[in-house]
Design a protein around this ligand. Structure first.
Ligand SMILES: [Zn+2]
Length: 182
């Protein structure tokens, strides 16, 4: 069974500190060493890193009537991958949420990810990254819907938890849909 590691949105704007931090996930930077460990483990046929990659006037931003502060604007430092993420082991960088009307909550939304994985014979994915209760959840759901075996590595994720327990509920939902939570 060929597996892929999907590193969701491990970007400066989603981790505390400068540059970035526009929409920081609490403790988000704490997953970097676990993500690097998994990415270097040679367990995976393919390592994919996704980036939220929005135009400056994206419909998701609060100034456009959306629900989030401005974050991950294309070609800004905030949108870059976290500097401590090991670039050498990333095979594919996949941008999402590139157009207004495409939220990009899932790595499979308006991207060629499913085709890319199938072309490499991948039938199982391990999902890590940020945030557990938004983009990890939506990526996991879509991966299951696309027929992949899905594992979420807890140590490699952190959530926003706008409401206490959101991340835990997200993991339980994925488990209920057939994912393995490790
Ligand atoms: Zn976004």
């Amino acid at each position: 069974m060929a597996g892929a590691l999907i590193v969701v949105d491990l970007q400066n704007d989603f981790t505390p500190g400068e540059p970035g931090g526009a929409l920081a996930v609490p403790d988000g930077h704490a997953i970097v060493s676990r993500v690097n460990e998994l990415a270097r483990s040679e367990r995976f046929e393919l390592v994919v890193a996704t980036r939220d990659w929005h135009p400056p006037d994206h419909s998701q931003f609060d100034e456009q009537g959306g629900s989030w502060p401005v974050h991950c604007v294309q070609a800004t430092e905030g949108a870059e991958l976290h500097p401590d993420l090991d670039r050498h082991v990333i095979d594919v960088i996949l941008d999402k949420g590139q157009h207004s009307g495409s939220d990009g909550y899932s790595a499979f939304e308006d991207t060629s990810l499913a085709e890319t994985l199938r072309a490499r014979g991948v039938n199982s994915v391990t999902v890590v990254g940020l945030a557990t209760d938004v983009c990890v959840l939506n990526t996991g759901r879509d991966a299951l819907r696309e027929g992949f075996h899905v594992t979420v590595d807890r140590e490699g994720t952190r959530g926003i938890d706008l409401e206490a327990g959101d991340s835990e509920r997200a993991l339980q939902e994925l488990r209920g849909l057939g994912a393995t939570i490790t």
